[in-house]
Ligand binder design. Structure first.
Ligand SMILES: [Zn+2]
Length: 119
């Protein structure tokens, strides 16, 4: 299964557009989540009773705070890992590895096994 050079360029462009869109979605969701959590936190902390409750909670569970922040950081980091691990581009029909568009544009072949990609 090989494609023409024009088809290959079109495929790479559509992949790049899709990746950009996905990164924007992740960015907006991350920033939105932080904004909502921060706004919510500020609103409930304005109530002294709630503030006292949280302060006692924080004091009692002090040793869990680094773990909590670690989990939060991990949750925000995972979408980027998922995107990095799955470039979403063309796969070589022979070796099933992701095709590097630069190598394939230069050589017309898969950079891993040498299978012809561009006819
Ligand atoms: Zn290959």
């Amino acid at each position: 299964m090989s494609v023409t050079k024009d088809e290959f360029i079109q495929l790479q462009k559509s992949v790049a557009r899709r990746e950009t869109r996905r990164l924007w979605v992740v960015f907006v969701v991350s920033v939105g989540t932080i904004a909502v959590v921060a706004g919510f936190g500020k609103a409930i902390l304005n109530n002294p009773a709630v503030e006292d409750f949280f302060l006692s909670l924080v004091t009692r569970h002090r040793h869990w705070i680094p773990a909590g922040f670690g989990l939060l950081a991990l949750a925000m980091f995972l979408p980027f890992v998922a995107i990095a691990r799955n470039p979403g581009g063309m796969k070589c029909p022979k070796c099933d590895k992701s095709i590097s568009s630069r190598i394939t544009m230069l050589t017309s072949n898969c950079g891993h096994c040498g299978e012809r990609i561009i006819a």
